[in-house]
Design a protein around this ligand. Structure first.
Ligand SMILES: Cc1ncc(COP(=O)(O)O)c(C=O)c1O
Length: 312
């Protein structure tokens, strides 16, 4: 059956076994490939549910601008979906994210306001709050960090899809950004089997991995309930680069850098297990990271840049 619009193609992403990362028989690693969504990331799911919910509640109007702080993926997804729905969008973006993100947001007709890249997404959140406070009649913010529609999109979508495809999940691993993925998928999987362990991947506090945050920076997203997490794994930027490359070299899967971080965690968890199924969520495809040269440049060169903290 043909889809009635591009919005209907969001979700139902493939779950692919990573056989070439299997440490021993009985321990299996699966990757949910969110890069297969229309704008190439998991954020299409939450942008659609947040926009549809806000529209149904009468919070959106064509005179107002939808304003959102984002490290990029949510911005691209909101720009794409709001364009289809006929609303205007402005995204507050740290000024050191990859150039593809700005280009994509602008291609979908949204505008970009930059925040200080050294402050990461926390800086973008501050700027967006200030803009709404200064001009409440101009802007409406969906605020992915505090919007229950974010984890709900994962509870009803991503989590349900995993339960349907792989009923026996032992460990679920995802990166921590807003916490929406971990909360929504975590709740759905634990409801199905209370023994499932949910593990958050966070960057080293002194490093940056685009899309991920360390809770040590002091901001805990309101939608995040740390009690639902069974563990946190710290991954360095260089491990993330390495595993992003290995994922492509061994499995021919072209995913973003936070997927490398998630895979680094999965490989370590798998080594400690005797049996069971690990599901990793690969949040985006590799397209938005081509300009970093992560697949083509020497690792030492990438690490030297990382030292200047241009990665977010
Ligand atoms: C590339 C990437 N990975 C992981 C995440 C984390 O997802 P969540 O916000 O659901 O915690 C994000 C979100 O910003 C992201 O952009």
């Amino acid at each position: 059956m043909p889809y009635s619009s591009i919005l209907e193609t969001i979700g139902r992403t493939p779950l692919v076994e990573l056989k070439r990362f299997q440490p021993r028989e009985g321990v299996r690693i699966f990757a949910k490939l969110e890069g297969q969504n229309p704008t190439g990331s998991v954020k299409d799911r939450i942008a659609r549910v947040m926009l549809e919910t806000a529209e149904a509640e009468g919070r959106l109007s064509h005179d107002k601008v939808i304003l959102e702080p984002s490290s990029g993926n949510t911005g691209v997804s909101l720009a794409m979906i709001a364009r289809y729905m006929g609303y205007r969008v402005k995204i507050v973006l740290p000024d050191n994210v990859t150039s593809e993100r700005q280009a994509l947001i602008e291609s979908f007709g949204a505008s970009v306001e930059f925040s200080d890249g050294q402050k990461g997404t926390n800086g973008a959140i501050e700027v967006a709050h200030q803009m709404v406070a200064d001009d409440p009649d101009e802007y409406v913010m969906l605020y992915q960090y505090g919007n229950e529609a974010n984890p709900r999109a994962h509870y009803e979508g991503t989590g349900q899809e995993i339960v349907d495809e792989l009923p026996k999940v032992t460990v679920f691993i995802a990166g921590l950004g807003t916490g929406g993925t971990l909360m929504g998928v975590g709740r759905r999987l634990k409801e199905h089997n209370s023994e499932v362990r949910v593990i958050a991947v966070v960057p080293h506090p002194e490093e940056r991995i685009q899309g991920l945050r360390s809770l040590d920076e002091g901001f805990i997203p309101p939608i995040l309930d740390p009690k639902l997490l069974d563990g946190q794994f710290i991954v360095t930027s260089s491990e993330s680069f390495e595993l992003t490359r290995e994922l492509l070299e061994r499995e021919s899967i072209f995913a973003g850098i936070s997927s490398g971080a998630v895979l680094a965690c999965a490989v370590r968890v798998a080594e400690r297990m005797d049996s069971g199924n690990i599901v990793c969520l690969m949040a985006d495809g590799g397209w938005k990271y081509l300009s970093t040269g992560v697949w083509t440049r020497p690792l030492e060169e990438l690490e030297a840049e990382m030292g200047r903290k241009i990665w977010w």
